[in-house]
Design a protein around this ligand. Structure first.
Ligand SMILES: NC(=O)NC1=NC(=O)NC1=O
Length: 245
């Protein structure tokens, strides 16, 4: 099977890191490819960034559909930007990394905390917990207070801050697991888990494994109801090429 990781931000080096982390966990019959939009934010740290990146996610799914042969997609930003819109565009499963991480965390613990990048993105995770029905499982949304790209530009400082916040969560939140709240942390999971001593659930690899399961079970995104293909219509201006999909 072929699974496409879509990094909604436009930082290619982060896309490559996500693909590597996903490929390491992929089963023997799974090919993992990855892409990111040509246009959009280099990192996603606000409601505005999320809104702009959602268009890029949809365009990357449309590209994948034109390419053909992609059995599932992963939306690899912790805000799951454009997830439902992406599901309308394909029969393939589309898995958001936040949703995937929440599901797996509840299979290994009754309560978890999230450790994300900047505190201002916490409300986005809070909204997703409510939307997906996991609010009562999450004890606290914490932030290492690191900009997303510091995961690349200052990895040692970022790692230290993430581990420190994970340890505070372990010691203070009465939890059984931690969810890493950024796709850019995909290659840090084992190191963090060793340091913290709790199950650490990371969304890119969680979504990859869930995607493999759905494909293996022959489960496709439903085309009945709200996830049916969009009705053909005219799009104007810079979106004119989206007309009559
Ligand atoms: N909370 C986050 O850090 N979200 C994210 N911003 C990105 O650019 N990728 C993420 O996963």
């Amino acid at each position: 099977m072929h699974i496409r990781i879509i990094n909604p931000n436009t930082t290619a080096s982060m896309t490559a890191a996500m693909r590597q982390a996903a490929q390491q966990q992929a089963g023997p019959g799974t090919t993992v490819s990855a892409s990111q939009p040509d246009a959009g934010p280099v990192s996603i740290e606000s409601h505005f960034d999320e809104a702009i990146s959602a268009v890029g996610v949809a365009e990357e799914v449309l590209k994948g559909e034109r390419e053909g042969g992609i059995d599932a997609y992963v939306v690899a930003c912790f805000g799951d930007p454009g997830l439902l819109a992406a599901r309308e565009l394909t029969r393939a499963p589309v898995i958001g990394i936040a949703e995937a991480a929440f599901h797996l965390a509840t299979l290994v613990s009754t309560r978890f905390s999230i450790v994300t990048t900047l505190g201002r993105t916490g409300i986005i995770a809070e909204h997703l917990l409510q939307q997906y029905g996991f609010s009562h499982h999450c004890r606290r949304i914490r932030a290492a207070e690191i900009p997303v790209l510091d995961l690349e530009h200052h990895p040692e400082v970022a790692f230290t801050r993430i581990v420190e916040e994970c340890c505070r969560a372990r010691d203070e939140d009465d939890i059984g697991a931690i969810v890493l709240g950024c796709g850019g942390m995909a290659n840090l999971t084992q190191q963090i888990s060793r340091e913290v001593g709790l199950p650490v659930v990371e969304g890119v690899t969680a979504a990859l494994k869930l995607a493999e399961s759905l494909v293996s079970l022959g489960l496709h995104t439903s085309k009945y109801g709200d996830l049916a293909y969009p009705r053909p219509k005219t799009f104007t201006g810079k979106f004119s090429e989206l007309s009559d999909l």
